[in-house]
Write a protein of this length. Structure first.
Length: 81
C-alpha cells in the first residue's frame, strides 16, 4: 500500500529518540513512527495473529461471525435470567 505524507508535531525528546532508534537500526524516522503507531493502535497484534493462522479470509470471517452470534445468544440468555 502506498504511503501518505503526514505532518505531525512531536516533543523534541521523542523526536530525538526516534532519530536515534532509526540510526541504530538503519531505518528511516518514518519507519520508527509507523511501527510505534501500529503497536499502539493494535495493528501489530493483528499482523502477528494473521501470520500464525492458516485460515483463509473466508474461513476467518465465518469463524468471526459464528463467535459474534454465539456471544449474542449468550448475552440474551443471561438477560432472561
Amino acid at each position: 500500500m502506498p504511503r501518505t505524507k503526514a505532518t505531525v508535531y512531536l516533543d523534541p525528546d521523542v523526536l530525538r529518540a526516534t532519530r536515534v532508534r532509526a540510526a541504530r537500526t538503519g531505518r528511516r524516522d518514518s519507519d520508527i513512527v509507523e511501527e510505534a503507531l501500529r503497536e499502539y493502535l493494535g495493528f501489530a497484534v493483528i499482523d502477528r495473529i494473521r501470520s500464525r493462522s492458516n485460515l483463509t479470509p473466508e474461513e476467518a470471517m465465518r469463524l468471526a461471525n459464528e463467535e459474534v452470534h454465539a456471544a449474542r445468544r449468550e448475552r440474551r440468555g443471561s438477560a432472561d435470567s
